[in-house]
Design a protein around this ligand. Structure first.
Ligand code: R5P
Length: 288
């Protein structure tokens, strides 16, 4: 993270860019973006960047339309004489496509990382989805600084839920779910999940009878279709539990996911890595 420097916001990231500029005593630059009639992007840095450390803030929740304007902005900064160009992407997209499951499939995480590495000198992000890759260093050719939201999630749970039982979505989440539970001083379990399709997950939970008096709290790094949490909530109900609290790092909520989850949950709270009505946990302190 640059101390001082100049911060630009890609559309939709104004609040985060302004908070970061304030925290790091930097300046807020002006970036103009609009679409030409043919839908191509026009990008202009309307602030002088010569000799400056430039940070562009762009959470990548909708990466396909966001990517080209972002690269244009980074290239413009470099062409205009910036000393360095960094990206703050609280949510880093495409990290889940980390294997070739069928012949000929794009391994999007590696492709995306290669392209970002060409445009930026470094990246700052929060809890990227790492499953088969142990570290982002396996993917990126530039330094990537990773911050973790687990302590913030744990604080929220400790302040808002009595006698919680922390529940992780799958076995891969065990380590960080355990860290959250440990900080809260609560027990934890993880589900066994098999994804059969974009909107089809098969999940099983252990017998939770010993935790019957506790409040279930589902914790996940990403909610996209919502199927993982909705299925877990259904299994909890089958064991006689009340509707769960749902605590999320990256609230993508595609399509009707949020409305569907409102029916299944007692309360939904997310980090503001992506701007959403469920935001209740601020992450700017992790990035500054
Ligand atoms: C996957 O391993 C992640 O941790 C999430 O569980 C997953 O991305 C959630 O996706 P969805 O909301 O579409 O079930």
């Amino acid at each position: 993270m640059t101390v001082g420097g100049i911060y630009f916001s890609m559309p939709g990231n104004e609040a985060m860019a302004s908070a970061l500029a304030k925290r790091s005593h930097g300046n807020l630059g002006v970036l103009e973006h609009r679409r030409f009639p043919d839908a191509e992007s026009y990008v202009r840095l309307a602030s002088d960047v010569r000799g400056m450390d430039v940070t562009i803030v762009c959470t990548l929740a909708r990466p396909d339309p966001q990517f080209l304007p972002l690269v244009f902005a980074a290239d413009a900064a470099r062409d205009c004489g910036a000393a360095s160009v960094a990206l703050v992407a609280p949510y880093l997209a495409y990290m889940r496509q980390d294997a070739r499951f069928s012949e000929g499939e794009a391994m999007s995480s590696a492709s995306f990382a290669r392209r970002l590495s060409r445009s930026f000198d470094r990246i700052v992000t929060i809890d990227p989805h790492l499953h088969r890759h142990r570290s982002l260093d396996d993917l990126f050719d530039i330094p990537v600084h990773v911050a973790h939201a687990a302590p913030l999630l744990a604080n929220w749970i400790a302040q808002n839920v009595n006698d919680p039982l922390i529940i992780g979505p799958d076995r891969e989440s065990e380590q960080w779910i355990a860290a959250v539970a440990n900080q809260v001083g609560a027990p934890h379990v993880v589900a066994n999940k098999n994804r059969r399709g974009d909107r089809l997950v098969e999940t099983s939970l252990p017998d939770l009878v010993q935790f019957a008096e506790r409040s279930p709290v589902l914790v996940d790094d990403i909610v996209s279709s919502g199927r993982t949490m909705i299925e877990a909530a259904r299994l909890l109900a089958a064991q006689g539990f009340a509707k769960p609290y749902c605590v999320i790092v990256h609230p993508i909520f595609s399509g009707n996911a949020f409305a569907e989850m409102l029916d299944a949950a007692q309360c939904i709270v997310s980090c503001d890595t992506i701007s959403h009505v469920s935001n209740g946990i601020e992450v700017v302190s992790l990035l500054g």
